[in-house]
Design a protein around this ligand. Sequence first.
Ligand SMILES: C[S@@+](CC[C@H](N)C(=O)[O-])C[C@H]1O[C@@H](n2cnc3c(N)ncnc32)[C@H](O)[C@@H]1O
Length: 223
Amino acid sequence: MKISKRLNTINNRIINQYDHIWDCCCDHGQLGITLLARKAATKIHFVDVVAPLMTELEKKLNRFFSVNPAHKNWQVYCLDVARLPLENTHKNSKQLIIIAGVGGDLLVDLVNSIIEKHSEHDLEFLLCPVHHHYKVRTSLNELGFGLIDETLIRENNRFYEILHVSKTANKAIHPVGSSMWDFTRRDDSDYLKKTIKHYQRMAQKPDKEILNIIAQYQALIVN
Ligand SMILES: C[S@@+](CC[C@H](N)C(=O)[O-])C[C@H]1O[C@@H](n2cnc3c(N)ncnc32)[C@H](O)[C@@H]1O
């Protein structure tokens, strides 16, 4: 199946084998299907709140990935991601939760709800918000997450940051990004210019916090 460059980059970031991968806010389930086809986990879970989408997805998976019910390696849920049923999984199992394609505020709320309800699980998250990267990074820091890896990609002239994080990783999550930047690449300098311009526009209504964010992004060029 052909998937977008953004989803394929997320797919390629998944190197380790997991017991459970949760494709949250999965929409048509393209990412999860790719992971299922390459057996990236013992079980792939597809979660979205839109019932007709989930009914359609279940039919498709039954058609193409039909297995003996005793060894079913996928599951579809029509559910709010804030209520992910991790209580049905073993707390020592290796789990990856993917949340991509939703706004930063919602994404942080979802991560927060999941870790609050399931503090006994050691969870990895792969996160790809639409907008509000600074806020997402700051919030993840406050929630006690560390960085496993970060990637920057450009698709159709939009930029996305992909954050792989967990509570046990001890590398700091920098609010303006760290290892993802490579200023020898045109995309990276374009993204930085665009981001600084965005905050400069916001600073036209002067705000101390915004000026501080601009100074941090500008320091990336100087250092
Ligand atoms: C733009 S799609 C993202 C699809 C895919 N993850 C991607 O990155 O391309 C956003 C999806 O999030 C779902 N969604 C939004 N809030 C949700 C929530 N609280 N729980 C579950 N799904 C949610 C929507 O129904 C929609 O299908």
